[in-house]
Write a protein that binds this ligand. Structure first.
Ligand code: PLP
Length: 420
């Protein structure tokens, strides 16, 4: 792949929509304007082909076979692990465990680490902007262990109150679990600083990177976090695959959380001994094709360059923020200084679901609702927002279409002001 060829010499912007076959689709006779990337991204041809080619040419089960196909499939699978390691800049490939996605990775840590490490009265600090998948697993484990949750409040702009965070940290804090980027607000949290303070208090840190990995380079060693989790499908990869990064010392001390084939060393009815990491956490046949597709997705974004993707999305975010801010009756929810490409908003007099439905008639896909972050909605006193979330293939035309669609909805609802 020739990365520079993907940038328009005129604008410096990425010009790669052609890599994503679905973007050529018409929706209700209109050009598809896909702005629901926070939910899932579209897939480039290289990812689709990698999965197909695996099933056509290399399919076999891994780790167990003596035959060539099985060994080849195992090599491809383990090469995928190495690709994730280098993508996150983890120190060792054993620190990477494949999971179904972010949700499963958090549950793995909650069950395996939490059940053995947490005692009654221990504290887990979460932020007020967490996705439900970084809240509920901790509540479940709290019910079993007696550990309690503490929540860092968020400001009107949607930034973490770092002073309050400093005060919440204490000798009982065992874990801080926080999103790298908020899916409802777009806020990019100051992870390195959060980690520094947590470690000074003797606590571990889990970072939910679901909304971060597709939008900026991530270096787990530079962040210093103990656990980092993400989903492949939000990174132009397949659904049903994701990864957990866990520091070697921590992961090697953690017990299995699911039992089955591939995670054992020896089994008898009296006693079972377990495999080394990471196999200890990958019971049963994994999503082999998913790993191969995820590796292709990583190759794709790295071919373009994470820094260039980030710069492109920041330019579209600035353009979109400006365009939406000029619409009468529209309020942006989440105006943090450090933001990723998420535009969450409410429009006076129009329910987000109605807005989403009207935009769909124009071929524009956005998300409407609480975005699995109900506490954020409660914080702002709203039932939900409309959310346009960006990816590397979005451009100014998509924002212009969104603005035109909102104006149309305002006219239909009799709320139309003039676009200043
Ligand atoms: N965390 C955040 C911040 C998210 O945005 C999401 C998905 O929207 C998740 C976790 C859950 O990801 P998955 O459903 O892929 O497990």
């Amino acid at each position: 792949m020739n990365a520079p060829g993907y940038f328009s010499p005129a604008t410096g912007h990425l010009q790669q929509a052609a890599d994503f076959p679905i973007l050529a689709r018409k929706i209700r006779g209109k050009r598809l304007v896909y702005l629901d990337n926070g939910a899932t991204t579209q897939k480039p041809t290289s990812v689709i082909d990698a999965e197909r080619d695996f099933y056509r040419d290399a399919n076999a089960n891994i780790h167990r076979g003596v035959h060539s196909l099985s060994q080849h499939a195992t090599d491809l699978y383990e090469a995928g692990r190495e690709r994730v390691r280098s993508f996150l800049n983890a120190g060792r490939s054993e620190e990477i465990v494949f999971t179904r996605g972010t949700t499963e990775a958090i549950n793995l840590v909650a069950v395996s680490w939490g059940r053995t490490q947490l005692k009654p009265g221990d504290e887990i600090i979460l932020s007020g902007m967490e996705h439900h998948s970084n809240i509920v697993p901790w509540q479940l484990i709290g019910e079993q262990t007696g550990a309690v949750l503490r929540v860092v409040p968020i400001s009107d702009r949607g930034e973490l109150d770092m002073e309050a965070y400093g005060k919440l940290l204490g000798p009982r804090t065992r874990l801080v679990a926080v999103a790298h980027v908020s899916n409802a607000l777009g806020t990019v949290n100051p992870i390195a600083e959060i980690v520094r303070q947590a470690h000074a208090a003797g606590a571990k840190v889990l970072v939910d990177g679901a909304q971060a990995v597709a939008h900026q380079a991530v270096d787990v060693q530079a962040l210093g976090c103990d656990f980092y989790v993400f989903s492949g499908h939000k990174l132009y990869g397949p659904t049903g695959i994701g990864a957990l990064y866990a520091r070697y010392e921590l992961l090697s001390a953690m017990p299995p959380w699911q039992g089955g084939g591939d995670m054992i060393r020896t089994v008898s009815f009296e006693r079972t001994t377990y495999a080394d990491i990471p196999q200890r956490f990958e019971a049963g046949t994994p999503n082999i094709a998913g790993v191969i597709g995820l590796a292709a997705a990583i190759d794709y974004v790295q071919g373009l360059g994470m820094d260039r993707i980030a710069a492109h999305e920041q330019a579209i975010l600035a353009y979109g923020t400006d365009a939406l801010a000029r619409l009468p009756g529209l309020r942006l929810i989440g105006t943090a200084h450090d933001k990723a490409g998420i535009l969450s908003f409410v429009v006076e007099g129009i329910h987000p679901h109605d807005l989403g439905t009207i935009l769909d008639t124009e071929g524009i896909a956005i998300r409407a609702g609480h975005h699995c972050a109900m506490p954020v909605m409660t914080r702002y006193g709203i039932p939900g927002t409309a959310r346009a979330s960006l990816a590397l293939y979005n451009d100014e035309r998509d924002i212009d279409a969104l603005v035109a669609g909102i104006l149309k909805a305002q006219t239909m609802f009799g709320k139309g002001g003039k676009h200043e």
